[in-house]
Design a protein around this ligand. Structure first.
Ligand code: CP
Ligand code: NVA
Length: 308
């Protein structure tokens, strides 16, 4: 029986807050939790949720994860708390340290998340920032592992914007030694520091490839993954980005280039007929709803390790 491990870092602000070994152990624990092979109790533990951006999956999966562990959550809506009024993060965080056992925060700037972690005395979890979505990446790799058993000789192709989801997919992929290809229009590459770190930690220097040709990138891939072209906060660029991303839709033509056993992922929410066609979204190759379910299992595993 695998018990929750003690993670070296107090926080999970970035995919790189875990070692390769820790990611593997979290995925193993999440699988055991999903299969009901283990029962973990976090009785009376309280997770505070601070969401400056909308959320369905992340918010609900954290709430259900805590409830299944015997703990609870408090939804600190910025508009009805003093957070929206502009109370300094360092004051809010020090107060919440006295009430809550952990915080899951969705916000714009990674630096605000870091500021919370500096002043909050217990674990802070990144529930999405403009830079990263590390909880999503854990669920993505759990879904991929369920399908292919291990990560050997896998090619994961992300087609779309080099955004938060792509950045965490790259970093977690580097920890797991997986080949990740990003296909994006010129000017929409992933964060340059993220790519630099991925190259530094990868054993093989050719594991990360950034391409501008989706057909070439999809060739032989076991996973085709996409996300919205315009993320939350980019509403004003939508029209321009829709034009720039013309040709980057996951459709049957791209699927024909991938491996015959390829699966389709999307972190959701999706805009059908933009980054993905309805046909592909609803196809037998789609593991999109397993991926969404796995958010809950990996976060249960994560919370167990951070809080036990
Ligand atoms: N994938 C994801 O984070 O979804 P939500 O925005 O609904 O939380
Ligand atoms: N890249 C998207 C992910 C949503 C889960 C965004 O940041 O809006």
């Amino acid at each position: 029986m695998l018990n929750p491990i003690k993670l070296v870092n107090k926080n999970f602000l970035s995919s790189l807050d875990m070692s390769s070994e820790e990611v593997i152990q979290i995925l193993e624990l999440a699988k055991k939790i999903k299969n009901k092979d283990i029962s973990i109790e976090l009785k009376n533990k309280v997770l505070g949720l601070i969401f400056d951006k909308s959320s369905t999956r992340t918010r609900v999966s954290f709430q259900v994860a805590m409830s299944r562990l015997g703990g609870t959550t408090i939804d600190l809506n910025p508009n009805t708390s003093q957070i929206g009024r502009g109370e300094p993060i360092k004051d809010t965080a020090r107060v919440l340290s006295r009430y809550c056992d952990a915080l899951a925060i969705r916000t714009f700037n990674q630096t605000d998340l870091e500021e919370y972690s500096k002043w909050f005395s217990k674990p802070v979890i990144n529930a999405l920032t403009d830079l990263e979505h590390p909880c999503q990446a854990l669920a993505d790799y759990m879904t991929i592992q369920e399908e292919f058993k291990n990560f050997k000789n896998l090619v994961i192709t992300f087609i779309g914007d080099g955004n938060n989801v792509a950045n965490s997919l790259i970093l977690c992929g580097a920890l797991l030694g997986v080949e990740v290809r990003i296909a994006c229009p010129k000017g929409y590459e992933p964060n340059s520091l993220v790519m630099k770190k991925a190259y530094e930690i990868s054993e093989r220097k050719d594991l990360l490839k950034v391409l501008h040709d989706p057909i070439k990138a999809a060739s032989g891939a076991k996973v085709l993954y996409t996300d919205v072209w315009s993320s939350m906060g980019e509403e004003n660029f939508k029209e321009e980005k829709d034009k720039d991303f013309n040709g980057f839709t996951i459709n049957n033509g791209l699927i024909d280039r991938a491996d015959t056993d390829a699966i389709i992922l999307h972190c959701l929410p999706a805009y059908r007929s933009k980054e993905i066609t309805d046909e592909v979204f609803e196809s037998k190759k789609s593991r999109i709803f397993d991926q969404a379910e796995n958010r809950m299992h990996v976060q249960q595993a994560l919370l167990s390790c951070l809080l036990s």
